[in-house]
Write a protein that binds this ligand. Sequence first.
Ligand code: GLV
Ligand code: MG
Length: 348
Amino acid sequence: MKTPSAFYKPLAIGAPDPYRELPVRVERMIHFVPPHIEKMRAKIPALVNQVDVILGNLEDAIPADMKEEARRGFIKMASENDFGATGLWTRVNCLNSPWFLDDVIEIVSSVGNKLDVIMLPKVEGPWDIFYVDQLLAQLEAKHQVEKPILVHAILETAEGVANVEAICGASPRMHGISLGPADLAASRGMKTTRVGGGHPGYRVLGDAEPLESRAFYQQDLWHYTMAKMVDACKMYGLKAYYGPFGDFSDPEACEAQFRNSFLLGCMGAWSLHPTQIEIAKRVFSPEPDEVRMAMRILEAMPDGTGAVMIDGKMQDDATWKQAKVIVDLAKQVAQKDPDMGQLYGFDA
Ligand code: GLV
Ligand code: MG
């Protein structure tokens, strides 16, 4: 590993200094756009005001014979639109593909100053991040990119899950990690064809008698991975994300999956369909009742120490910190979304 003093040095002469802290941004949904389709690119100006992040997808779901068209389409949509405070990301092809190198070289050389984050699929270990880190620094220096382009890894192989802490700590360029349930299921040999969500066969049988009334309790297939990912991310000050939910016909299941991840510590999820934008916005903005309760806790313990009772519930230094997590996030959301600020009861 690098020495602490070398960790934050630019990896190429002329590259921008790495961030020491992630820029503060509300990124509740990463909205996927297929950039080879002109009709989809035409929707970007309207999307900019509806979503927190727009991502041009170059990897899976883009047919092999459209990969170069998608790359060109992304460069076009990045150059022709003003994204304001909305994030601009791309998901490039994976490191061993025939497209990765040109994806990165062409995108950074033409629109590097507009790009916030590169999403890197199928990351297996810190060595993948070291390579991309160095390459990006060289390209940033060559093309006078002014702020560092961040890297967001997808956790979607068994090896990646085993190495998730080392991936998070590999570079100050790391933004966060998304769970990729489809590739991960395949890599692990899980027996499901679903993209995220539960499975009716993954359940525990209750003990009750008589036998015919025994209850089955469906369990969460993703709990272990999500918890492991959240801990690794938080350990390094990064953001954890649930990734894609593939069944567009079941918004309730999508909402339940998103909410589980939010409650467990994730900051957002991918939206692959317009209906998932509103779901993500609702789920990844703290609930107004929860925010009001958290405000009462902070107000009752102005210096964050001691113990008080509120509505029969014990509050102390630890619950003060829990409340602060919720209020801090609500304040960020309110800044981005004044309507939410009103619901939270914050002064305009
Ligand atoms: C996402 O890329 C997934 O594989 O689920
Ligand atoms: Mg994948």
